[in-house]
Design a protein around this ligand. Structure first.
Ligand SMILES: [Fe+2]
Ligand SMILES: [Fe+2]
Length: 368
């Protein structure tokens, strides 16, 4: 199978270099046909299916563990054309192989034939930047969506009421934006006023948690619960006086304890609300706990590891806090913020989640 993959990748490269009727290409095609024949014979099958899952290649339901250069090339070339699966069947002809190589190499239309079947997620080649549908797909969050949270947070400050229902609806909107554009998980905030900070921060953290949860396959109501919990994780901060909240530099003494109390206060407030989702209470309470269980705040009677959703939230929380411009703080560059997260993996943050988060943020950033 490895040989077949290498030969297909080589033949596609060859097709980008030579015209369709070049003898060297003819040679490459017959090598592919022989390798396919041998591979099928070997496994006593009459077709082979390649499936691309993220960066991984799954061949006939088994993850292909060898990560050779040609395998990576193979994955990339299928991904570039938006092909998610490719089936090659016994009886593949020279003509069909030529057509497939041409389609993969030089962007000819991709068409199924008797022995070549493509499964496509999306074709990127015919992308027209002025295309309305495409534009819509790239859109980030709507200003209206943000206004709901902004208003909700303001109202909380003035009359201590949190319209949880509206926020719940909004999280479905976030999830929707997220499935349309991976870009949406990147922090939104550039420069924000003091008062707006907690609101913008909360939206960012929610998106970053949704992105993480989604990448682990969490979906539906569970995904929604993660997003909502992250959105209200700092709700206790709205009970902290603005003078403390916006105090430039390091907080000390009583101010620091007031600031720390936002975790307990938030959990307390949410737990008193009718229909408050238990996960939100948990995240408000746990999001400053350390992964290694060492003392942090709130002080626990028995040290323990925070729950998965809280561990995701604390990573998103730290990343957003570091990469956002605040009145008294220059933001760190994305790479520097990720570096700090990696350094604190094992102690403050779950190392597996940090690695996944870094991948996610880097992948998103290259799409912008
Ligand atoms: Fe917090
Ligand atoms: Fe936070």
């Amino acid at each position: 199978m490895e040989t077949l993959i290498t030969l297909i990748a080589a033949a596609v490269t060859m097709r980008t270099l030579y015209p369709g009727n070049h003898p060297r290409l003819g040679q490459a095609v017959s090598h592919v046909l022989i390798a396919l024949h041998d591979a099928l014979e070997n496994q006593k099958r009459d077709s082979v299916t390649f499936l691309i899952v993220g960066e991984d290649l799954v061949v006939d339901q088994q993850v292909f563990r060898k990560s050779s250069l040609s395998q990576r090339q193979f994955v990339q070339l299928l991904k570039r054309r938006g092909i998610e699966r490719l089936t090659l069947a016994a009886g593949l002809t020279e003509e069909e192989t030529h057509a497939a190589l041409t389609a993969l190499a030089v962007g000819q239309p991709i068409e199924n034939s008797a022995h070549v079947i493509y499964g496509r997620v999306r074709v990127y080649l015919d992308e027209d930047p002025t295309n309305q549908a495409e534009k819509r797909e790239r859109r980030e969050l709507e200003p209206d969506q943000l206004n709901v949270v902004r208003e909700a947070f303001k109202r909380f400050r003035t009359d201590n009421k949190l319209p949880l229902e509206e926020m719940e609806k909004l999280v479905w909107g976030f999830i929707d934006s997220l499935s349309r554009s991976t870009r949406s998980i990147l922090p939104l905030a550039k420069l924000k006023e003091h008062d707006e900070y907690t609101f913008v921060h909360s939206v960012n953290v929610s998106l970053l948690v949704l992105g993480q949860a989604k990448s682990f396959g969490i979906d539906g109501p569970m995904l929604h619960a993660f997003g909502l919990a992250a959105l209200v994780h700092d709700i206790g901060k709205l009970m902290v006086p603005l003078t403390v909240l916006n105090h430039p530099g390091k907080l000390e003494g009583e101010h620091w304890s007031i600031m720390q109390s936002h975790a307990e206060q938030g959990a307390w407030y949410l737990s008193e609300m009718e229909n408050s989702p238990p996960m939100s209470v948990l995240v408000a309470y746990e999001h400053h706990l350390r992964y290694d269980g060492k003392p942090a705040y709130p002080v626990l009677r028995t040290p323990r590891q925070p729950s998965l959703v809280s561990r995701m939230t604390s990573i998103a929380d730290a990343y957003d806090a570091m990469s956002t411009v605040r009145p008294y703080q220059q933001p760190l560059l994305r790479a520097a913020a990720l570096e700090i997260l990696k350094k604190r993996a094992e102690s403050f943050y779950d190392p597996l989640l940090v690695a996944n988060f870094a991948q996610l943020v880097e992948a998103t950033a290259t799409h912008t």
